[in-house]
Design a protein. Structure first.
Length: 147
């Protein structure tokens, strides 16, 4: 069991979670697509008793059966949880401070899957620091590139 931390982009909402494996999954349901603005979202399922909110998130009831933690200051989506009989919270993989250990083990809600976005290995790749326009904006604004 490993203790891992995470939170929103601005740092107002923070959490720690006890993680016992590297399994994660991709959800393709239309509600998650709308809630995140993406074609899918990567989640790590965590038992509720293994999750501690160091600073509380805001919650949005996104359907009659579920609600989602998020930060109302910066808008970061942090997860998903059922309203009733819930024992787990799905945390967004990207909200972990060190998300790199997680590996997708399944796709969920494949009826809404955007197939063209699944296998992107042949697309050209560019590092953020190779984009001169964006790099210059960061350097002008704060003298360094983001982490």
């Amino acid at each position: 069991m490993t203790s891992m931390t995470g939170g929103c982009q601005c740092g107002r909402v923070r959490y720690s979670a006890e993680i016992d494996d590297d399994d994660a999954y991709l959800c393709h349901c239309r509600m998650c697509q709308r809630a995140t603005g993406g074609v899918s979202i990567a989640y790590k399922n965590v038992p509720e008793e293994k999750l501690t909110w160091e600073s509380a998130p805001d919650w949005y009831q996104s359907s009659p059966i579920a609600h989602r933690p998020f930060c109302s200051q910066c808008g970061t989506p942090l997860g998903f949880a059922f309203l009733k009989d819930n024992q787990n919270v799905d945390l967004t993989v990207g909200s972990f401070d060190d998300p790199y250990r997680f590996k997708p083990t399944q796709h969920y809600a494949v009826e809404s899957l955007h197939e063209a976005w699944i296998d992107t290995r042949d697309l050209p790749r560019m590092r953020s620091d190779e984009n001169d326009n964006v790099s210059k904006r960061w350097m002008d604004a704060c003298g360094k590139l983001p982490d």
